[in-house]
Design a binder for this molecule. Structure first.
Ligand code: AMP
Ligand code: GLY
Length: 429
């Protein structure tokens, strides 16, 4: 089976690395890919926004399955256009992708299907939004409705900050994504992520993970796309997983099917584990980045392609995907300046040298090859040093040891990835 993977980050490198281990794989292409992905796939230059060009490539190269990494092509309807052309696609269509594309869509779906989530109100003009925010207790959670690359959420600690963010949204800071605003109740608890596959009807639970969104040690500084992650998330007990499936995931998949927009792909539930149990914070319609990296290193690689294909084509109910009991942990190495303007083009040495061990894999997130063939930084998040071990502590030691063997003076990373889980490990002896 020939596969086309869409994307260029660490998530896609992890997916490509797993897919490439399938005994059923013919050729793996990736558009556009990156130098790490090029080790396991043929990178191709395709304009992913041009759906006809993608379909044409699939026909010419006998592609049986397209796996879409990021959300933007899904919200743009690439999944629908591929399926209409008779090509299986891992990733929901435009309508179901609204789970990530519109915060208000998800809130309204939660209402319709009685799914536990934070109380909310939706606004399409600034004055009404501000009047509502002024009457809320602090902190106030305010979200631009549409896609905003993780920047469209404010936890306002004062009513002035709330009003300022509302003005930003309606003032065009997030473009069309800010034309509507959702104001939510602030949930208290521990955050965790849960990933499932769905073929529209059946659900295959994958695994749990936790990430680290702030740029600095001790969860300080601005938000990022994620500076590290580990899987499983110790807070997600078997009981909480079962409740999340029953109360949140199953009603969502059923409601989308009922509406005629079945969900085919991976559903990423961002959860708050509150005193009253799990509540949905948000959905994403793709794997997390860097959560995919820790999931893929724990999954039975030989089975990953089969599971992705079953989600795209049906038959997920008969599909198995085995998981290692190991803990996986990934540390993101970012370029100086991130999450502001990252320094580009700086040279990274030692990646080849340290990527060989089976317990450590270095996924490329934002790299490119310079004209002289050397590896250089080409983005904010640049490398994901990913390790597995019998405990969080062991996985963490391996990841940081691998980082020590790299030579990249212009990058930085958090030194405390996994701290919450390690504290738990220490407490339980
Ligand atoms: P989102 O993009 O919706 O995941 O929001 C980004 C981050 O904001 C989440 O990961 C949470 O840390 C936080 N957040 C979002 N909504 C809430 C809420 N209702 N209560 C508390 N924290 C929230
Ligand atoms: N790491 C968070 C995300 O992928 O949305």
């Amino acid at each position: 089976m020939n596969v086309l993977l869409i994307g260029s980050g660490g998530r896609e490198h992890a997916l490509a690395w797993a897919i490439s281990a399938s005994p059923r794989l013919g050729r793996l292409y990736c558009a556009p890919g990156n130098p790490g992905i090029a080790d396991v796939a043929t990178c191709v230059d395709l304009d992913v926004a041009d759906h006809r060009a993608v379909i044409g490539f699939c026909s010419e190269n006998a592609i049986a399955l397209v796996v879409v990494g990021p959300e933007v092509p899904l919200v743009a309807g690439l999944g629908d256009d591929l399926r209409q052309a008779g090509i299986a696609c891992f990733g929901p269509g435009r309508q179901a992708a609204q789970l990530e594309g519109s915060k208000a869509f998800t809130k309204e779906l939660c209402d319709a299907a009685n799914i536990p989530t934070a109380g909310y109100a939706k606004f399409t003009d600034a004055d009404a939004a501000k009047a509502h925010a002024d009457a809320q207790p602090l902190p106030i959670v305010i979200k631009a409705d549409g896609l905003a690359a993780g920047k469209g959420v404010a936890i306002a600690e004062s009513h002035e900050d709330a009003n300022r963010f509302i003005d930003d949204c309606f003032g065009g800071k997030f473009g069309k994504s800010g034309a509507a605003v959702v104001i939510e109740e602030f949930l208290v608890g521990e955050e965790a992520s849960f990933f499932v596959l769905s073929d529209g009807t059946d659900i295959l639970p994958l695994a749990t993970a936790q990430d680290h969104k702030r740029v600095g040690d001790g969860d300080t500084g601005p938000n990022t796309g994620g500076m590290g992650a580990y899987s499983p998330a110790p807070v997600m007990t078997e009981e909480l997983i079962a409740r999340t499936l029953e109360d949140i995931i199953k009603p969502t998949i059923a409601e989308l099917a009922r509406r005629g927009s079945p969900y085919q792909g991976v559903l990423y539930a961002g959860l708050m584990i509150t005193e009253d149990g799990p509540k949905l914070i948000e959905y994403n319609v793709r794997f997390g980045d860097p959560e995919a990296q820790v999931l893929m290193i724990r999954a039975d690689r030989e089975q990953v392609l089969d599971a992705l294909e079953a989600a795209a084509s049906g038959g997920l109910g008969e599909t198995q995907l085995a998981w290692s009991d190991d803990v996986a942990l990934t540390v993101v190495m970012a370029a100086d300046g991130y999450p502001g303007t990252p320094k580009k083009g700086t040279r990274i040495n030692g990646v080849q040298r340290s990527s060989g061990g089976a317990d450590v894999v270095i996924f490329h997130a934002g790299t490119k090859l310079a004209d002289d063939g050397s590896l250089v930084a080409n983005g904010g998040r640049v490398l994901n040093v990913t390790a597995r071990g019998a405990s969080v502590m062991e996985a963490r030691e391996r990841a940081y040891a691998a980082i020590d063997s790299l030579d990249w003076p212009d990058g930085f990373y958090r030194t405390d990835i996994g701290w919450r889980a390690i504290e738990r490990e220490k407490q339980s002896g």
